[in-house]
Design a protein around this ligand. Sequence first.
Ligand code: NAD
Length: 483
Amino acid sequence: MNESRRTDRTIDLWIGGERVAPSSGRYFVDRNPEDDSPYARVAEGSADDIDRAVQSAHAAFAAYGKTLAAEREAWLCRAAALVEQYRDEFVDILIDEVGSPFGKAQFEVNYAVSCLRAAAGVARRIAGQTMPSDMPGRFSMTVREPLGVVAGITPFNVPLLKNVKLSSSPLATGNTVVMLASEEAPMVASRLAEVYREAGVPAGAFNLVTGFGHQIGDALTTHPLVKAVMFTGSSRVGRHIGGLCGPLLRRALLELGGKSPLVVLADADLDAAVDAAAFGQFFFQGQACMASSRIYVEQSVAEEFSRRFKAKAEALGMGDLRDPDTWVGPIISERQRQRVRTHIEDARLKGATVLAGGEWIGNRCRPTILTGVDDSMTVCREETFGPVTSIYPVADLDEAIARANDTDYGLSAAIFTRDITKALLFSRRVRSGMVHINAPTIHDEPHVPFGGVGDSGFGREGTDIDVDTLTEWKWVTIQLPPA
Ligand code: NAD
């Protein structure tokens, strides 16, 4: 039977190319955030299971590290085709396991397919160099070698995108992988493991451990056989992982949270800016690292922008998640819902105005727009990770840049203006890993150097730049005999 059609929805570990029960024998319940009903039984991995998975990846590396680029290219191309083939199934998982609206789930599948294809293309481009030598008769060259076992740790919000991103580049570059999936989204990762096997990826090259990251994550990050850690998640956990990797001299790629500014100048196409603000903040109900949670609008158009943005936000669909018109779904967990409620309540109590939203329908929070927010309010500086944004009027571009930069984060930023000089000045002066002009703060493509500065992360991910992260340079010279 195709395991994807199993109905019991039990997720086991995936070690050495097969499903494996957790050594503890324990399983926990993964819940559908729409109504908190049980979605799947999930293996509760332990530090012993982490060790088993790393040993499996390490053993597999002996052969996998020597595979041909053409083989890795073929496996990843096949995996892309399979994700496309199983599109509907992945969409169903993304809807029921993490509460994705249909459009967001489709976006993730499209991204995963592109990312696997882009990674397949990288396999043949892992190139070294030849270079002049200061020694007469010395031939000098560099080659790149894979590192070995790479740990991937992923968040709940874009689980297919991130599990694919953090595994396809390591596999393309000849590394083997141990993935620690979010405890809130293990099914997506489990199904991906099966896809890799069906695509022909050798047993042991991709391993998956499920369980609670705060309990077993350190065992993975600090395992002596792990050569690099690719992490996406909150700044708090990222800082902890970076702290563990530092003394071990271990590579760590950290893609973390954000508080991304969207700037709207007086000459902007206001309808386009409103569309970008709605997409940028309410995509996946604000559970996006690049969400436009701070909107700076030039004073003379602030009222008109606010009026149109409120109308747009109030019209966003909140119906059945499978209805393509639905934009806003449930917040992932009670802990996260509490965080969203607290941010809104704190702002309200301290004098902010709730221009739109603020109420809940079950586990869904209506798209919420705040005005009159100041520095004393939590929502001003902290990542809410829900459908909540604030509008701040500003005098001019200089004030917009100063306020955009007044944050510890620096992931994405966007500006709407018809003045190319102002747009370019903004792009140069804003402290951010990514800047979009006349486009939303949310944007990602597999091959670009994606990432942020400050509390938003360390390093960049993307199929091309990953070659630097995931290979080790080796300088080789050959002394030729005298002529
Ligand atoms: P999180 O930090 O709570 O968890 C992320 C992962 O880390 C989970 O798999 C969790 O189990 C694991 N984890 C927890 N403690 C760990 C430890 N000590 N060692 C190793 N792993 C551990 O984040 P989340 O709630 O799943 O996701 C939301 C966060 O992710 C937001 O802050 C968001 O901005 C960020 N994010 C960033 C990007 C990006 O590319 N920059 C993309 C998506 C999400």
